[in-house]
Design a protein around this ligand. Structure first.
Ligand code: BGC
Length: 284
């Protein structure tokens, strides 16, 4: 008997070019071995940036992303580091300076989920998610800001002294049962981002978040194996399609570029309207 083809949610977005808004810039992307990190790294490269690709546990994935960056004609440097460990973040940033001479853009992307019902959640599950998803963003942002301040502003590269983009989630405002460690970390990212933004605005260091909804990542594809599970997910997405990593990548290119120079301390939801309370579209 012929095996049935596994269900894969449709990709409705045609391939199309990315504008060269980041020519000559150097970007560091954490968690770049797959999913959103991969999509953002490749989009930044297509927009003209050389990219340091950080990974923690998937060297093959990181190497595949590196090939795509090189195919776009840009340099890729793959560096293993745990973003929750201060010394590892510091030596990763030192490698970036050695290889590329500077940092213009930090994409704080690394993130994990360790789900459990609230009363079953272990301290270790709580702590690891907070360490990677929140403390990791603090550590990488702090090191990037130290470099930005040493570099100063070079208007031939960018009007800003540096750009930090925190990759958060719609769960920075949507509570998520069974994922309280994850939602707490993402909620924390919002005020981490806004507080850094407030503090560093006078230096022209631009700090913003992108909060994606449901994106085609390995994590989500594991859950979307049947048309029914996809239909259930679409009931939460007014725009009625799964997001692509490239959707986030394109938003990151714009947010990292001088085209968004006056956008600061903002949360950009790239979520097909997921935060619009779709269950209220009829009723209430
Ligand atoms: C999670 C996804 C989820 C989405 C919307 C994201 O932060 O990583 O697994 O589909 O939020 O709930």
């Amino acid at each position: 008997m012929a095996k049935e083809k596994p269900f894969v949610p449709p990709n409705e977005m045609p391939p199309r070019p990315i504008q060269p808004l980041l020519t000559g810039q150097k970007a560091l992307v954490t968690g770049a071995s797959k999913g959103i990190g991969e999509g953002v790294a490749v989009a930044l490269a297509q927009a003209g940036a050389d990219v340091l690709l950080n990974y923690f546990s998937d060297p093959e994935g990181a190497e595949k992303t590196a090939e795509k960056v090189r195919k776009a004609g840009r340099q890729a440097l793959v560096v293993q580091a745990d973003v929750a460990v201060e010394e590892e973040v510091q030596s990763m940033v030192a490698r970036m300076i050695e290889a590329f001479g500077r940092i213009d853009i930090l994409i704080n992307n690394s993130g994990i989920q360790l789900n459990a019902p609230f009363d079953k959640m272990t301290l270790a599950q709580w702590q690891r998610v907070i360490d990677i998803n929140l403390t990791g963003q603090f550590l990488c942002a702090r090191e990037a800001v130290r470099v930005f301040k040493r570099q100063g502003i070079d208007k031939s590269i960018s009007y800003a002294m540096g750009k930090i983009i925190h990759i958060s989630s719609v769960h920075d405002i949507i509570p998520w049962a069974g994922h309280v460690n994850y939602a707490a970390a993402k909620g924390g990212i919002m005020l981490l981002m806004k507080s850094i933004a407030q503090e560093l605005a006078p230096l022209r260091i631009r700090v913003n978040s992108i909060s994606p909804g449901a994106i085609r990542t390995p994590m989500n594809l594991e859950k979307l194996t049947t048309p029914e599970s996809y239909r259930d997910l679409l009931s939460l997405i007014p725009y009625k399609r799964l997001g692509e990593a490239e959707d986030v990548g394109r938003a990151a290119v714009w947010l990292a570029s001088d085209d968004s120079d006056y956008v600061h301390g903002a949360v950009l939801y790239v979520d097909g309207g997921m935060v619009l309370y779709p269950e209220f579209a009829s009723g209430g």
